[in-house]
Write a protein that binds this ligand. Structure first.
Ligand code: NIG
Ligand code: FE
Length: 411
């Protein structure tokens, strides 16, 4: 007998019977929904689903989901949830008129977080990050990528990555880890930036690879941060250790970040507020996922990425929360989905694909997560009674998620 049967599901969404690993362009509108459905789980995996008339009679555990919607758990492919303290002082500075870049120039921003990181213990970091993981899980996130990048020294970067490794072993949410030593230049390297790049390449990457601490490598390739040349050097070095790029690009300017990311076979390039015809053309000839972070644009009061134009050009798009203490202090994926519809003119189906299957691809989880597919992990959430799937982005700010299951277990 199967472990778990969900029956009378009003809308079972994100169904994929073809095993697609991404949805791009016009396909992003295909978010298959079965009405009046069942879902069957055994040993943590989805083993069957379909119309209620074909549902099995019995299972060890039966959940009646009448009137409710079931969707695959969110795949949040870009976060920085290991950090040592909040930055609401900068929040107030921004309200008073300072820009994100001005705050960074004064030694605030990422450097502020790096200072707090220096003295934080591994235990306290683990405890606070675990709480944040619990918080995003309650909002429906079941797969997540977590970056380092508030260390900016060998010791502190290792400390952050060890915390992420520990989280992988204790959290039901499945996690990928990304080394982001190239997040900002530490103060003492301001006048000798290439020396910091050398430190990353010669000291940090080898030890991180040695301890098996990172799945991917990230660089903040943008105006005032890492140049295209520096990014290229770091990504080429990371490739030797089997750490594909997932990089921050084109948030502040047409930085060349997308081009250098694609050149180095990036799994994803993220942010992309500054995207034109050339960037779209480069992405079209690649396997790189364009990942948009609308809650960052919202929080910083910036232009949103041109999602509509990108999708209409045939590109796949993922959306993620960028949960971090400086530019998006929230991991609320339902809100990210709403923002994508409201501010980037994505259709609900497009935003839902972007937050599930395309997010899964953007962190290498497309084979086991991101859709309701036989053989994938039984990671999903059940909503309250709602009239349609579109109601999820429409009712922005409402808490619609009633329960979350990971590998078939109620969380
Ligand atoms: O993704 N853009 C670069 N890095 C982070 C911000 C980090 C911070 O301000 O602490 C981001 O937005
Ligand atoms: Fe980020």
């Amino acid at each position: 007998m199967s472990d778990l049967l969900l029956k009378n599901i009003a809308f079972l969404g994100g169904v994929d019977t073809e095993g697609k690993s991404i949805r791009k362009g016009a396909e992003m509108k295909d978010f298959t929904v079965i009405e009046n459905a069942f879902l069957l789980v055994s040993k943590g995996k989805i083993i069957d689903f379909g119309k209620m008339e074909n549902a099995p009679e019995r299972a060890t555990r039966v959940v009646d989901a009448s009137g409710k919607t079931v969707l695959p758990g969110w795949c949040d492919s870009h976060t920085h949830i290991v950090f040592a303290g909040s930055r609401e002082k900068e929040f107030v500075d921004k309200i008073k008129g300072l820009s994100y870049e001005e705050i960074a120039k004064r030694g605030g921003g990422i450097l502020n977080s790096a200072k707090l990181m220096e003295t934080a213990s591994e235990e306290s970091l683990l405890e606070s990050a675990f709480l944040r993981l619990g918080e995003i899980k309650d909002m429906g996130t079941t797969s997540v990528e977590i970056k380092s990048g508030y260390g900016l020294s060998l010791e502190s970067e290792l400390k952050m990555l060890r915390v992420i490794k520990k989280l992988k072993s204790i959290s039901p949410v499945q996690i990928k880890s990304t080394f982001l030593g190239a997040h900002a230049f530490p103060m003492e390297f301001r006048e000798k930036k290439d020396a910091y790049v050398d430190l990353i390449i010669d000291k940090m990457l080898p030890q991180i690879a040695d301890e098996g601490l990172a799945d991917y490598c990230d660089v903040f390739c943008d105006r005032g941060f890492f140049s295209v040349e520096q990014t290229d050097r770091i990504l080429q070095a990371a490739a030797k250790y089997n750490m594909p790029p997932k990089i921050h690009a084109n948030e502040l300017d047409f930085s060349g970040g997308i081009q250098v990311g694609v050149k180095n076979n990036a799994l994803s390039v993220d942010h992309l507020e500054c995207v034109g015809e050339e960037e779209i053309a480069v992405l079209k000839n690649s396997k790189t996922m364009a990942t948009l972070l609308p809650s960052t644009a919202f929080y910083l009061g910036m232009e949103y990425a041109p999602a509509r134009k990108m999708i209409d050009s045939g590109l796949p798009v993922a959306i993620a929360s960028d949960y971090n203490p400086g530019s998006s202090p929230s991991g609320n994926m339902p809100f990210v989905v709403s923002l994508s519809c409201i501010k980037m003119k994505m259709l609900p189906e497009e935003a839902l694909n972007a937050a599930t299957i395309n997010g899964a691809y953007a962190m290498g989880f497309e084979k086991n997560a991101g859709s309701i597919t036989k053989g994938k992990r039984a990671d999903f959430f059940i909503t309250k009674k709602i009239p349609s799937v579109d109601f999820i982005p429409y009712a922005f700010g409402s808490s619609l998620i009633e329960s979350v299951f990971i590998e078939g277990q109620l969380q």
